[in-house]
Design a protein around this ligand. Sequence first.
Ligand SMILES: Nc1ncnc2c1ncn2[C@@H]1O[C@H](COP(=O)(O)OP(=O)(O)O)[C@@H](O)[C@H]1O
Ligand SMILES: [Mg+2]
Length: 259
Amino acid sequence: MSDILSVEGLCLSFGGHRVVDNAQFSVETGSITSLIGPNGAGKTTMFNLITGLLTPQAGDVRYRGETLQGLKPFQIARRGIGRTFQDPRVFPDMSVLGNVMVGLRQRGEGPLAALLQRRAVERETQDVKARAEEALDRVGLLDRAGDRAADLSFGEQRFVSIARTLIGRPPLIMMDEPTVGLDKAGLGKLTALLNDLVQRSGTTILVIEHNMDVVMSMSKKIVLLVEGKVMASDTPAEIRKHRNMVEAYLGRRHLAASH
Ligand SMILES: Nc1ncnc2c1ncn2[C@@H]1O[C@H](COP(=O)(O)OP(=O)(O)O)[C@@H](O)[C@H]1O
Ligand SMILES: [Mg+2]
């Protein structure tokens, strides 16, 4: 299997402090890779480097063999990398459907391009709407499409933000701690969705995750980041063999069901 993404010697310092330190790992096409590590290890910073929100001081990120260096976040999104953030980031007063439709506009697609051609706009809006409904269906929230986003639970808002990413049909989805704040049902729903995205749509997923049960059960590869350095990058079976090392870095509670 080929690698859809490779991180090569990435470095970033904040005020003289190395937050990402010569980091190297790859993400295999059509599988789930988990990025784990203690708080402050640099996981979110790594995501910001990959998606162009931060610029590395050294190193490269290659997507499908091509460098992403110099590209703006929206250009990287258009290449095919979708992302969800730690907080759901919904617009509370907008409808659930509207919140998902925003996902295409943020990528620079949709009606704006054809502002002067009303019919084209109407057609395009219908298409965007249909895609938003499809994305909502996928996360099990189609029946809430007309509700205000503020009326949804925190967990449901998380799924709205995931649907917003899905509408762009990105081949690679990066998720920052998607299970935080979900109850047991939400957790089951999320892992089923991730597995379904991989199996049914051939999507590749890179996920920052703390729940080691979730990580161990769904990942093809686990990347352990500590103080900005990649300490291990291996299959769950191999990572399990280094349980002591992982426990030392993450603390025991992370190897038990923590959520
Ligand atoms: N914009 C920033 N300016 C200065 N320091 C930052 C900034 N963003 C993150 N950091 C620091 O970088 C380190 C890694 O943070 P982060 O990537 O958020 O870790 P993680 O997601 O693994 O918990 C932390 O020490 C954090 O305080
Ligand atoms: Mg983080």
